[in-house]
Design a protein around this ligand. Sequence first.
Ligand SMILES: C[S@@+](CC[C@H](N)C(=O)[O-])C[C@H]1O[C@@H](n2cnc3c(N)ncnc32)[C@H](O)[C@@H]1O
Length: 170
Amino acid sequence: MAARLTRNVGRNHMINPYDTKYDQETYYWGVRPCSMCFDVLKLLPPDRPLRLLDIGCGEGRHAVFFARNGYEVSAFDLSEKGVEKTRLLADRCRVQVKVFRADLNWFRLEEEYDILFSTGVLHHIPASNRQEIFENYKCMTRTGGLNAFSVFVTKPFIEPAPDVEPTAHK
Ligand SMILES: C[S@@+](CC[C@H](N)C(=O)[O-])C[C@H]1O[C@@H](n2cnc3c(N)ncnc32)[C@H](O)[C@@H]1O
């Protein structure tokens, strides 16, 4: 079953720091959606079947929110624990989310989506990979679709996040 597959984890055998953060009963990022989800709802409401992919879904708070609101949701993350907790949250909320483990630096989309969604993840793509990955995302976004991405920024007036992310790139 596609939802149970591990896809293109590539050479990334290192321990993802999020595996440790997610290894607890409570949800590290909580279960509430961020405000960008409501923008997506307004811009492309699911008044027809819409396929949405959550890139770097963490523990699934956004993927499950979208599934509860009627989108056809797929989601992936590098963290095995995150994938497991996303499944658990989807089961608890009685919605379907096709969730799998993948490394965004190796995984290329082979199916089209109406919406690509990602929060706080794309800084894990090194500059040398960016063009190719975003070409793939663009190519696999259906006409009239939407890419909703939020990214961390470095600004002198914003305190750096306390989380240590060894694979982060500016
Ligand atoms: C700041 S958290 C955001 C999680 C989720 N998007 C949210 O907002 O709740 C960053 C996420 O990126 C994932 N991640 C880091 N590197 C990744 C990679 N190479 N491929 C896929 N996911 C990755 C981490 O496991 C973690 O869940």
